[in-house]
Design a protein around this ligand. Sequence first.
Ligand code: 5AD
Ligand code: SF4
Length: 466
Amino acid sequence: MTKKLFIKSYGCQMNVYDAQRMTDVLKPIGYTVTENADDAHLVILNTCHIREKAAEKVYSELGRLNLLKNKRVGEADRMILAVGGCVAQAEGAEIVRRAPYVDMVFGPQTYHRLPEMVARAHRDAGVVLDTDFPAESKFDHLPEQTTVQGYAAFLTVQEGCDKFCAFCVVPYTRGAEFSRPPQQIMEEAARLVDKGVREITLLGQNVNNYHGARDDGSEWSLGRLIRELAQIDGLSGIRYTTSYPADMNDELINAHRDVDQLMPFLHLPVQSGSDRILKAMNRRHSSDDYRAIVGRLRDARPDLALSSDFIVGFPGESDKDFAATMDLVREIGFVQAYSFKYSPRPGTPAAANEYQVAESVKTERLAALQDLLNEQQLAFNHACVGQQMNILLERPGRKPGQLVGRSPYMQAVHVNAPDSLIGEVVALAITDAHGNSLSAELATAPDGQNVKGLMRQSKTQKRAIA
Ligand code: 5AD
Ligand code: SF4
């Protein structure tokens, strides 16, 4: 009997990648993906612990799923309910206490053991809990990637964090920094491209600190890895996220100058523009360091578009500190950004700080910051109108006849185009700008033909996506 698997991912892109790899692990023991929890035999909530709201969502979803589970009591039809990801890692015992009907709880470093956990959940009474940081790397034990969703794929190259920013749970949930060996990454990337993938986003919590050890003992930095990946025929776009400002090195900056496939967009979280707050956050850069890094990047790649993360209302943040954040945003100019109210997380140093900022102040500051960021985003989107860009058309849009892709600068772009162009890099003329997206039409050459993308690319890429 084939068994059905439903995975719901919360939070960051790494969870999206992890969900695909969980699917790969479970396929050999008979699980196929369903889009519907109702008829699933195994439901996995792949969770996020970064802010309180994200973590609380899990418990309400578990309550709903328990109702479904109770309807399905027959052995053959039984539903196994599992919690994976960062909430599982951080709150394993708490989940078992608050939701005793959960069958499995496992952290982000143990999902290569899923088949064994599922067997135990069927065999034994009680919950299966696996929140180890095992000595073995899961990447050495995962089967080859067979689950590829679309033409733009994620590939985790680095995981974990040793930075210990005072607000952040990641070093506790994802563990110590670890870089996958370059050979393993090159093989995975080549397989993805072979399955039709045209654009790869390299993932890591500190991806720009990637340093993968080779068999001969030498190491590749992220800049070197990107140069090598760019040699793969058919790979038309490379992106990476998320980066730490102090780890932005020359090799990577030069890759932005030299590698055509590396997209001119960088997510480089600064968190605050106040040096006092950056210090209290245990960030290893000042606001001037950030300005200097951005200057070097823009020298290397003048059209580089920047995105960032901001936290407002970190403990002790004064009006003056917040004003420094606003000043930095005005000065740098971001094409998009994520901004959050500080959310105290259990076990992190900042949560115990006595100078917590009032909720009303956080709300006010967040609104002011988001107004400014939205203004900058809209201005950048408008500045794109009239430009021609090579864009990978990834999938159908919501409206009939419409396809969607991402511009080199990460904006969503909508265009009326035939389905046959899905998976192709196509030249588009940007015709209109909106808050979060662009509209475009197929660019036409003087003879009336569409101009296909100008990037280095092979013509063999219309292969079926698994
Ligand atoms: N409160 C608010 N935002 C947070 N982030 C991380 N931890 C917290 C927290 N405790 C934000 C940071 C980080 C992004 C992924 O989430 O801005 O860069
Ligand atoms: Fe969290 Fe800081 Fe590490 Fe980013 S660098 S994951 S914010 S501790």
